[in-house]
Ligand binder design. Sequence first.
Ligand code: TYM
Length: 372
Amino acid sequence: MQNKESILTPWEVKGEIDYDALIQQFGVEPLGQDLLDRLEKRAGYLHVLLRRRMFFAHRELGDWMDSYEKGVQAVLYTGRGPSGNTHLGHLIPWILTKYLQDAFGSDLYFQITDDEKFFVNQNLTLDEISGYTKDNILDIVAVGFDPEKTKIFTDLTYTKELYNIAARVAKHVTFSTAKATFGFSDSSNIGIIFFPAVQAAPCFLPQRLTGKDAHVIIPCAIDQDPYWRITRDVAPKLGYRKPAGIFSKFIPGLGAGGKMSASMPETAIFLSDSPEVGAKKIKNAFTGGQPTIKEQKEKGGNPEMCVIYSYLYSLFDEDDKAVMETYNSCKSGGLFCGTCKNRLAGMVKAFLEEHQRKREKAKKEVDRFLLK
Ligand code: TYM
């Protein structure tokens, strides 16, 4: 996948990711202006994650919007694997999911893959995973989804409905396809080999539960795409629509290179970090600045490789003019890393304060969201 050093599977992302190459390799479509215009028209505005192309690719987004316009239930499906605390990267697809729920009034099915994380992590016990599940669900509720339209469920507790669909999916996926798609080997445990059928199942759940035709779209980062390739192959064999998808890039980690990853806690801003710790992490993050002020003035900085600039650009600074000015002044040597770090640190601190306030409130509301 990609170049020799880079790896991209649902469980491992390493090295530089070439997103243009991924579009070819995975057979997804670039997210073009025509679709963005349609989204903007429906929502009344274009979310910053779309405007700045953090979401860069899709599958049949246009068809999904057509279904909505024709009165077919246009449903959202996304998820979380509860292997630790939630970080800022996980939030990216959820923020877009909320935008789409608001714009289309869609039902949202939210899968928590507690089984997946048990199969994949040698050291995690089911009790630990259950703790993270409860904790992560509060972060999900805090995003602000509509309680009337959002159904959160975990694989280990909502097994009856899911297993019924997963069994039918599994029968159509050979071991050879699963191996080629996910890189399983003889030492993979048989739980994880079956698991792709469980992650496919919610694509067909809305139709099963409502008894009505449903068109599902999945907002997620591109690492989850192997699941959808399998699901889309199987869908017509079971008499369902193929799920559509809208895919994001990875928000980078705080260090030089690589994505924000819970398995490398030093790279991540966790939603459970105190606002002060979050701000401090930003102040210690990797930048594209020169080693000295003198060199910065002479040569200018490299916003293209700066973690701080990338967070401002993709999520935190919604003002197009301001973000352009940051880029230009950094390039021309008129802006120093301390200024950008302080600015972003303030934004991250405010963001964490707000999220944690909503998370407290979520404790009282969570039951309304759970599918049992
Ligand atoms: P998980 O818990 O690893 O990740 C949750 C969501 O976050 C995305 N993601 C990121 N997005 C941007 N920047 C990052 N640095 C970053 N890191 C992770 C993931 O793509 C994912 O969308 N197997 C899944 C759980 C799942 C799921 C789904 C996810 C079940 N059904 C449907 C998406 C859609 C998992 O372990 O995700």
